[in-house]
Design a protein around this ligand. Structure first.
Ligand code: ASP
Length: 357
């Protein structure tokens, strides 16, 4: 290789996110993509009413996010507002409606990252904070740290005056029963119901069956590019049903479940252990950059995301991602379904559940 070629390669490796030649199209265009978890979500599994409710939740998030971005809101405010709404919605595995650990608690993880500055905040294993995404943002903005966990994170939430909630607030019967059958399969004792939880009630069998099959899924994520061209990504989850020993997944791990840089933002959902090991979120964005350099930006992010999903599947990891690359929405999954939606300046809203939509 000539010296000039070597110098070029060194420059590319040193500054992978600052290539000349790939300019952001439509710098002031806003864009948004969201997910509500991926998994074995197949046609016929859900009754029409449940499917309509998921689509309505995605649509309302799109409308709220689109309106805020059109009005010039900062990306971080949009990500926080939308994820807060998902965290309050018991249909999703984040905040209220989060899955239960084998000990019978809801333990939540969340993270957020701002692409232009690479500022990031994350929390792991919190049990008493109504909106873990807001705590992740507070860590980013008001602490010298990136990730706080457990009791310490909760102490910080109280210091910052964030809204707290007891375990009964997060309780949903269907998540409880899904955990009960999972711990029984694992040969573990069923834990006592949380104090203040409502009396047991029957759950629609079909809904429970689906919850069990997609028990790992339901995490929520939002990626936006605001009118000033800043990409922000956030993710929030209850983790995996019947998790044990303080297990933490990919959601609060920057680079695994959430990533944002100057041109790319990504939120992941799926079996967190694989997403951590393959450093999924940051790797896809980096791979998109290299592919864009070689063949141009068109299709680069999709190819990078598809390749990673294939790699994960080959190793036994399932899930999906949503991302914005240069403001363009991309999704990829290796599961039959992922709740997802996107919209942007000059584009039609898109809302989908199954992989063929
Ligand atoms: N990725 C999350 C975790 O492993 C779960 C999910 O996305 O459903 O904690």
């Amino acid at each position: 290789m000539t010296r000039i070629a070597l110098a070029f390669v060194a420059l590319m490796l040193a500054t992978p996110f600052a290539h000349a030649g790939l300019q952001q199209a439509g710098e002031n265009d806003w864009s948004i993509i969201i997910h509500g978890g991926a998994g074995v979500i197949e046609r016929g599994d859900m009754d029409a009413q449940t499917e309509a409710a998921y689509r309505a939740a995605l649509q309302s998030a799109l409308e709220q996010g689109g309106a805020m971005l059109r009005d010039g809101a900062d990306g971080i405010d949009v990500v926080e507002a939308l994820i807060q709404a998902f965290e309050d919605d018991p249909m999703f595995n984040a905040g209220r409606g989060g899955v239960f650990t084998a000990d019978g608690r809801v333990e939540m993880d969340a993270s957020v990252m701002i692409g232009s500055t690479r500022a990031a905040g994350a929390v792991a294993g919190v049990t008493s904070v109504r909106h873990p995404i807001s705590l992740a943002r507070a860590v980013m903005e008001h602490s010298p740290h990136v990730m706080l966990a457990g009791d310490g994170a909760e102490g910080f939430a109280a210091e910052r005056g964030l809204e707290l909630a007891d375990q009964a607030f997060f309780f949903t019967e269907r998540r409880w029963q899904a955990m009960e059958s999972q711990v029984q399969r694992m040969g573990l004792p069923v834990p006592p119901r949380p104090e203040g939880a409502p009396d047991p009630e029957p759950v629609n069998e079909g809904a429970l069956d689906m919850m069990e099959r997609e028990h790992r899924f339901g995490t929520v994520g939002v990626v936006v590019r605001d009118q000033s061209g800043v990409t922000v990504a956030g993710t929030s989850t209850g983790g995996t049903t019947a998790k044990r020993w303080g297990r933490v997944g990919d959601t609060p791990v920057i680079g695994a479940g959430t990533w944002a840089d100057e041109r790319c933002g990504l939120s992941a959902t799926g079996t967190g252990e694989y997403f951590i090991r393959f450093n999924v979120a940051a790797s896809i964005c980096r791979e998109a950059e290299y592919r864009a350099l070689q063949t141009g930006p068109e299709g680069a992010a999709q190819a990078a995301a598809d390749a990673m999903m294939d790699t994960l599947l080959a190793d036994g990891g399932d899930g999906g991602i949503v991302m914005l690359y240069l403001g363009e929405p991309v999704w990829a999954m290796n599961t039959p379904g992922m709740y997802r939606a996107s919209w942007g300046e000059g584009r039609e809203p898109y809302i989908a559940i199954y992989d063929d939509e």
